[in-house]
Design a protein around this ligand. Structure first.
Ligand code: SF4
Ligand code: SF4
Ligand code: SF4
Length: 167
């Protein structure tokens, strides 16, 4: 039986690797569309935290509004619209910031503050335990910086800093 060249080349490559959508943190500009353009009622995009990059700052630019009246956990001081960031005192002057993903809507406000004025340890990722894996991601079609790209399904996060940190 004759085997054509294209078939032979495909056989040598093996089965195609399955891919999923993910955000390249280096390309994202925190425009806000991740919160409003996902097909899900609450976006599959969440804020994640690379603790190895964090400064554990008392004045966290991802946690506090720029004009916060006080540096405490009062709702009026917090940048996050859903109270998804938990602040915990470690030792003077350090504080730890943890994201409650069940409350995060992926608006990117905290990420923008941390990226512009802090260490950039907060960033956005598509959470694959929430995402329904649309063939054409509704956010990818509107993302102004083409930050969405396909990644291998068996390694579906684009982490900031060292591998394994942040997610
Ligand atoms: S739409 Fe693109 S640029 Fe805007 S927040 Fe999402 S990934 Fe970032
Ligand atoms: S500010 Fe927005 S992106 Fe950051 S934790 Fe809150 S809801 Fe999530
Ligand atoms: S693939 Fe679908 S569910 Fe996942 S982030 Fe994009 S629009 Fe939302």
């Amino acid at each position: 039986m004759a085997v054509c060249g294209a078939t032979l080349a495909a056989a040598r490559r093996g089965p195609a690797r399955r891919t999923l959508w993910q955000i390249d943190p280096a390309a994202c500009v925190q425009c806000g569309l991740c919160a409003t353009s996902c097909v899900l009622p609450v976006s599959a995009v969440k804020c994640v935290h690379n603790f190895a990059m964090c400064g554990y700052c008392r004045l966290c630019f991802g946690y506090f509004e720029a004009d916060a009246p006080a540096l405490n956990a009062g709702a009026e001081n917090q940048m996050c619209p859903t109270g998804a960031i938990q602040r915990r005192f470690v030792e003077d002057p350090y504080h730890e910031y943890t994201i409650r993903e069940d409350l995060c809507i992926g608006c990117g406000r905290c990420v923008k503050g941390c990226t512009d004025f802090g260490n950039g340890s907060l960033y956005l990722q598509v959470r694959h335990d929430v995402c329904v894996h649309c063939e054409e991601c509704a956010i990818a079609t509107v993302c102004p910086t083409q930050a969405f790209r396909r990644v291998p399904a068996d390694d579906p996060y684009l982490r900031k800093g060292a591998a394994g940190e942040g997610t």
